[in-house]
Ligand binder design. Sequence first.
Ligand code: NAG
Ligand code: NAG
Ligand code: NAG
Ligand code: NAG
Length: 409
Amino acid sequence: MFRRVNFYSICFAFGLSVLLILAGSRYTDNLSYHPPSENRKNFRNYLKTEDGNDKLPQPLPTTSDGLPNIEKILQKTRTKIRFELSKYNFNDSGVDRLEDLLTESGGKPIRNLIVTTWRSGSTFLGELVNAFPANYYHYEPLLLYEIIQIRGPPYADKALRYMKNFMKCNHEGMEDYFEFGKTHLHQFSHNTRLWDQCKYKKELCFDPDFTSKICNLFPFQSMKVVRVRLRLIEELLADKSLNLKVVVLVRDPRGVLQSRQHRAFCQPSADCWSPEFVCADMISDYVAASRLMAKYPNRLTTLRYEELALNPNATTHKLFKFLRLSVTTSVEEFLQTHTQVDVAGVSSTFRISRDVPFKWTTSLYFNYVDEVQRACAEAMELWGYRKVHNASEMASKDFNPLQPYIVKQ
Ligand SMILES: *[C@@H]1O[C@H](CO)[C@@H](O)[C@H](O)[C@H]1NC(C)=O
Ligand SMILES: *[C@@H]1O[C@H](CO)[C@@H](O)[C@H](O)[C@H]1NC(C)=O
Ligand SMILES: *[C@@H]1O[C@H](CO)[C@@H](O)[C@H](O)[C@H]1NC(C)=O
Ligand SMILES: *[C@@H]1O[C@H](CO)[C@@H](O)[C@H](O)[C@H]1NC(C)=O
């Protein structure tokens, strides 16, 4: 009897490790992928299904020839959106009722854009906004550009056209985006409302006709980009039909560069690795923020990652108000489950707590910090990051890297 149990548990353990290795290799393929909590849940559900006798759910309606029944999927999605928002007070979003936000009823969705760069806490912020009910998350539409910053020609025109088309749920003429996604599924899976369908049939995600249709049903739309500098975003703000608000998320360059040391994708690219490039972009974003805030009042806000990490609740309330979203129960739950301790290993959005933003003070050598500070003096001054003078000050608990900053208009 004992021997049997042992045999089964060894088989189980072996199977589990193979699964884990497979899951791991799929996601370490290049760009840093942070498994969202959703995926871990799915993984557990998958194990549960394998374990027990319950059959895999078959939630995708199909036609008589076995293909997904698109009309039915769309109808179910409409119903779900209505249900998720049945208790929502639309006044918090500046309208009277859901229809005012639905393209199908002649309304205009609420659109929010996060502009940031790699390792600045944007996975967390993107998922926080996506915790809002009935939100459609355009996750990194420019993933296919890999590790470059877009600051102007030759990439800017196409990048901006793509962003605008995504925001308008027009997915035509973007074959390269869909082609890239076939081998980088996280391009789709972060968009949980889309993935709800594609996880049962991946091809749905590769079909621009389907993704356009489902996108069009959603009253709330968010997007995050790490590869486009703010200067270029004016083109989107100028388009009144978009009804767009923009959050510029910045982080202490010392923290950014510390975090990037653990990302193999970063080092080969000067845009990602060089303190000079990183901080020139921060200055450029500051100048752009100040100009755009004056030109488009109340359309743009800036947020430092450290403030979000140190004070998630208050910062979220303030930010959501700006974004015309209220802090719903689902958002509160996200905060509760994602802002405590380091639950889940190396790279996950769970890792947001007091220790994370200032980890650089204990894990970088002062010499390197000094080098970064020399390249970044102006950027740090503008965004309110205090310089550290020597190794003992850096190690001191009394050292506070944050000081007030204002974006001068
Ligand atoms: C990662 O991206 C680089 C640059 O595009 C490419 O040369 C390399 O083969 C990729 N590595 C993997 C493991 O996909
Ligand atoms: C929503 O706001 C409008 C005016 O801003 C007000 O007249 C209306 O009573 C509000 N409705 C609710 C349900 O709070
Ligand atoms: C979160 O912040 C809001 C507004 O600042 C406050 O009303 C609420 O009580 C806070 N919740 C918790 C759990 O601290
Ligand atoms: C380190 O810098 C701080 C702040 O400038 C200064 O007060 C302190 O004396 C310095 N310590 C050493 C060992 O140089």
